[in-house]
Design a protein around this ligand. Structure first.
Ligand code: AMP
Length: 219
């Protein structure tokens, strides 16, 4: 039952990579950002609450986020472990995760940090467009759709996330530095951290991630 935490700044490719990594490990892909957006599109109370934070690029409160994660981890499709994408993002979340997993006789096996230079992050986030139907991400400069504004897979209309607009992107990067970067040390001290270069092509990064998630000991 592997539990793998994927750490990295907004725009580092966590979402794209976490799905494929989870598939390779036979584990659940659990993205807190996706769960908040799902709640938002279903008009739930949790979605409304999350929106007020997400729109500003701020983090949703820890207690709300942690409760949502453990609700999800209790479902049957989480029985074979999970790749945690965008969670934990604060020290209290990391501590709550450790406690919650310990109660089930499990632990975080690996924390993988995807490293991408700042200029590249800003370029990726400001050029990111997603399909409204299937969520496939495109980038206007590095991986544009064949037809502008239309998804190659299903013809869905592409949209830009509100929090990918430049002013919000800046706040998200600052919040990441203040609140999430300390987790790198947290997992390093536990001997669980592996760093992967997130700036190459998607398939190479994926290979490195699978190796990092499955190798026996942290380097
Ligand atoms: P993401 O899709 O991972 O970039 O997340 C989008 C937004 O959802 C973030 O900017 C936060 O507002 C919120 N969010 C996602 N995960 C967390 C988390 N672990 N803790 C608090 N807020 C979160």
């Amino acid at each position: 039952m592997p539990y793998v935490v994927l750490l990295g700044p907004p725009g580092s490719g966590k979402g794209t990579q976490a799905g494929a990594l989870a598939q390779a490990l036979g584990a659940l892909h659990l993205s807190t950002g996706d769960l908040f957006r799902e709640n938002l599109s279903q008009g739930t109370e949790l979605g409304q609450l999350a929106k007020s934070y997400m729109d500003r690029g701020a983090y949703v409160p820890d207690d709300v986020t942690v409760a949502m994660v453990f609700d999800r981890l209790r479902k049957p499709d989480a029985a074979n472990g999970a790749v945690l994408d965008g969670f934990p993002r604060t020290l209290p979340q990391a501590e709550a995760l450790d406690r919650g997993l310990a109660e089930r006789g499990a632990q975080v096996d690996r924390a993988i940090l995807l490293n991408v230079p700042d200029e590249e992050l800003i370029r990726r986030l400001s050029g990111r467009w997603l399909c409204r139907v299937c969520g496939t991400p495109y980038n206007l400069t590095s991986s544009p759709p064949k037809q502008p504004g239309i998804c190659d897979r299903d013809g869905g209309v592409l949209y830009q996330r509100d929090d990918d607009k430049p002013e919000v992107v800046r706040t998200r990067l600052e919040v990441y530095r203040d609140q999430t970067l300390p987790l790198v040390e947290y997992y390093r001290r536990q001997g669980k951290l592996v760093e992967v270069n997130g700036a190459g092509d998607i398939a190479t990064i994926q290979r490195h991630l699978v190796a990092a998630a499955t190798e026996a000991a942290a380097r």
